[in-house]
Design a protein around this ligand. Structure first.
Ligand code: FAD
Ligand code: 2HG
Ligand code: ZN
Length: 492
């Protein structure tokens, strides 16, 4: 862990310390097996707190002593009311796969984990509307839908662990936003609990509902700062019967933009993903996984194109025509189309495996940013240049930086800039920040495209939001959570 104490943040003295009485209350309320307790009282079993205190990247670590696992909305309501009345700070937690340090405590906040709230409540096979508890794992929901001929409108590398409540709380974007849009559009309803225990019953199953402010939107991307999401209703599209994946080599970022344009024009309604990868990111994946690259010739850029349609012959013909065209015009230099499910999976792993691979050699600095498409990759080049000029990047152990790589959801103008390091090093941080944030502000981009603010971006929101906007956000936070117990020290 790089950060298991935070000298720059003071524990808010208004928050109470957990006592034996508090623990007894929760144990009585939730029953056995619903709490993980460490060191609060000696009579109780000490369990391993690590999975709840440490994040996926092993970058942030909290010191919570109590993890609660309520089994129903009513229990969440009672837990939160008690915490609010007793000034106990809390952190809502789903699968703990978040990438900005938002899902783990900073000090001793109580973790409220949704893993016991994992029921699929209902599914309407005509409308495609799914209602789930917040703790349903994304992949479980998607497999359930697959059997009914439907698909979850969100897909991401962490699907096997992340919870739908966590996805909604982070407004996760993922690999198919290009096709199915953002959760702000597909989520139809939310049930949530406010810190004072009020149950916000907005689990609408209506596609259209213009009756007043759309308050559920505040919980989408709210990162657990105003309340805890307990259930979600979401509209799911029909699953496409014909899915094709192509992996293409492209010589320059300029040609990559042309490839994207052609893909939109020629593939039209069947285009379901357009993902960008640079050569460095592919080296990291293949070295970390010990796998072979899909194409023999190396190229500075690659893209993964997925099509999803309902007519296999029609889709294949379209994709092949597109490939022929872009290759004959030398926009694309090489390519391969997956021939079966195994190959589809293996091509996707060239993209989905990057996030993990960048951290494989010791650590990674991650930036998840929105940049106007024409400027998108320039940030990677400029950052690499800065890091090299500072003498921090090299092939041997004496250099902290292995590589500066860029990849991401090109179809959504969302770049992931990852600086893979052998060890965390203050000198690298000093080159990266505020440089990256200033760069983003200059092109009017966003310092957080899809991962949220959490602890990592909290101090930098001003690069993407005006004082007026931040002021309004603070008013909303104070209205919903006047005691500030929900996920403190984070967001803004
Ligand atoms: P957690 O990590 O547990 O929590 C995330 C935040 O939400 C925290 O602030 C937490 O307090 C809050 N929260 C959790 N549950 C609730 C709730 N019920 N009510 C209120 N607040 C809650 N993100 C993308 O957008 N696109 C990607 O493509 C993508 N790919 C990823 C790939 C990998 C390998 C990994 C590890 C992560 C990836 N992510 C991606 C990050 C993404 O944000 C998470 O994977 C996911 O959305 C978080 O869900 P979770 O259940 O793990 O939430
Ligand atoms: C992805 O698109 C995720 O793979 C993770 O959003 C990005 O690790 C990252 O920087
Ligand atoms: Zn992403």
């Amino acid at each position: 862990f790089t950060t298991d104490s935070y000298p720059e943040i003071q524990r808010n003295p208004r928050f109470a310390q957990i006592t034996k009485d508090h623990v007894s209350y929760f144990q009585l309320l939730l029953g056995k097996g619903s709490a993980v307790i460490d060191g609060v009282t000696t009579e109780l079993a000490t369990d391993d707190m690590e999975p709840y205190n440490g994040d996926w990247m092993r970058k942030y670590r909290g010191h919570c002593k109590l993890v609660l696992k309520p089994g129903s909305t009513e229990e969440v309501s009672k837990v939160l009311k008690y915490c609010n009345d007793n000034m106990l700070a809390v952190v809502p937690q789903g699968g703990n796969t978040g990438l900005v340090g938002g899902s783990v405590p900073v000090f001793d906040e109580i973790v409220i984990n949704t893993s016991r709230m994992n029921k699929i409540q209902s599914f309407d096979e005509v409308s495609g509307i799914l209602v789930v508890d917040a703790g349903v794992v994304l992949e479980v929901a998607d497999q359930f839908l697959a059997e009914k001929g439907y698909i979850f409108p969100l897909d991401l590398g962490a699907k096997g662990s992340c919870h739908i409540g966590g996805n909604v709380a982070t407004n996760a974007g993922g690999l198919r936003l290009l096709r199915y849009g953002s959760l702000h559009g597909s989520v139809l309803g939310i049930e949530a609990v406010l810190p004072d225990g009020t149950i916000v019953d907005d689990l609408s199953k209506l596609r259209k509902n213009n009756t007043g402010y759309d308050l559920k939107q505040l919980f989408i991307g709210g990162e657990g700062t105003i309340g805890m999401i307990t259930a979600v209703s979401i509209i799911c599209p029909q699953r496409s019967s014909a899915v094709n994946v192509a992996f293409l080599a492209v010589e320059s970022y300029e040609k990559m933009q042309r490839t994207f344009r052609e893909a939109k024009t020629q593939l039209g309604e069947i285009l379901s993903a357009f993902e960008l990868m640079d050569l460095g990111s592919q080296h990291l994946v293949n070295n970390a996984q010990g796998s072979k690259p899909p194409l023999e010739t190396e190229s500075p850029f690659y893209c993964l194109i997925e099509t999803s349609g309902s007519n296999s012959d029609h889709d294949n013909e379209k994709l092949e025509k597109f490939l022929e065209d872009v290759m004959s015009r030398e926009i694309v230099s090489d390519g391969v189309v997956a021939q079966d499910q195994t190959q589809i999976k293996s091509l996707w792993s060239q993209r989905e495996g990057i996030s993990e691979a960048t951290a494989h050699w010791g650590g990674v600095y991650k930036y998840d940013v929105s940049i106007p498409l024409k400027d998108l990759y320039r940030l990677v080049d400029d950052t690499r240049e800065k890091i090299e000029a500072a003498g921090l990047k090299g092939d041997t152990d004496e250099f902290p930086v292995l590589d500066v790589v860029g990849y991401g959801h090109m179809g959504d103008s969302n770049l992931h800039l990852n600086v893979a390091v052998r060890r965390y090093d203050k000198r690298v941080e000093e080159v990266l920040e505020p440089f990256v944030y200033e760069w983003i502000a200059k092109v009017q981009g966003s310092i957080s495209a899809e991962h949220g603010l959490g602890l990592a971006k909290k101090n930098y929101i001003g690069y993407s939001r005006s004082e007026t906007m931040i002021g309004l956000m603070k008013q909303i936070k104070n209205l919903y959570d006047p005691n500030g117990i929900m996920n403190p020290y984070k967001y803004m």
